[in-house]
Design a protein around this ligand. Structure first.
Ligand code: GLN
Length: 272
């Protein structure tokens, strides 16, 4: 297919309430990497004012982090038909990334440090709990090997090496997985709960992660997977993506591996 005829709509969940630690960079990264390939991109805000019908038109879903207070406001809005439509989109395989506070809302519930339990959408079989205002937050750079299947195998085939994700985490809540696959295995940092070595979760094509970063500019292969998956879903045919020059991103990744004493992970091809 001619890329000039392709277009993608990114649905950005509650941009004013949920975009801590530069999560909007994920949306910018997706937009730019699609446009560099001649694919048109439309970004729509799925906020309190957005009519539910807008959710139907979305090809990629993006949700960022938030503080407990904002998460509560979001979940007060995300109910009834709006919540059902979002559930249907994710069940139908719409790809997306949900960071930190956002995945806490996709599980069964989130128990904040102060206040009532916030009921989630129940899409991911997982729960999140804040152990209390006095407990240590999970803050710092995080590195994990992406292991979820078939995502990890697909990325390994493209990259020629195991997909290693670099991010930055800052969360009080701890997430515990039930019958849902982890996104990856922690190499450095806390991940879901600082105890079991898991990081994030994947359900259908929806990625839940504690990795800010923002995630996608630091790990452009994840951005390309989202674009590719969205195009395949939309046009019902595989659309090969033109490789981009990711020299700068790779240099930044390598600098980070060095800083974190993970130099053995520096073995990346030039193009993602
Ligand atoms: N409120 C959540 C927590 O502290 C999420 C924070 C965030 O999105 N960075 O666990």
């Amino acid at each position: 297919m001619n890329p000039q005829q392709l277009e993608l709509t990114i649905g950005w969940l509650y941009p004013n309430l949920m975009s801590t630690y530069g999560d909007r960079g994920n949306v910018i990264c997706l937009q730019q990497r699609a446009q560099w390939r001649g694919i048109s991109v439309k970004i729509i805000s799925l906020d309190e004012q957005a009519p539910t019908a807008e959710i139907h038109n979305v090809d990629i879903l993006m949700g960022g982090g938030a503080q407990d207070r904002q998460q509560e406001i979001v979940m007060r809005d995300l109910r009834g038909i709006k919540a059902d439509t979002l559930r249907e989109k994710i069940e139908a395989g719409t790809p997306g990334v949900f960071t930190c506070g956002a995945p806490q809302l996709l599980g069964h519930y989130y128990e904040p440090a102060i206040g009532q339990r916030i009921e989630g959408l129940g899409l991911f079989d997982m729960v999140s709990k804040h152990p209390g205002a006095d407990s240590r937050r999970c803050i710092g750079n995080v590195v994990f090997e992406l292991t979820a299947s078939p995502l990890a195998q697909d990325l390994e085939a493209t990259l020629g090496t195991k997909p290693i994700v670099i991010g930055f985490e800052n969360h009080g809540g701890r997430t515990f997985l039930g019958n849902v696959e982890a996104l990856g295995r922690v190499v450095k940092g806390y991940g879901n709960n600082g105890e079991d070595g898991t990081e994030g979760a994947v359900y259908r094509n929806a990625i839940a992660t504690y990795s800010h970063g923002p995630l996608l500019p630091k790990n452009p292969f994840v951005a390309d997977w989202l674009i590719q998956t969205a195009l395949t879903q939309k046009y019902q045919t595989p659309v090969p993506l033109k490789p981009l020059d990711d020299t700068l991103a790779i240099q930044a990744r390598n600098a980070m591996f060095k800083r974190l004493a993970l130099t053995h992970l520096i073995k990346e091809p030039l193009h993602c």
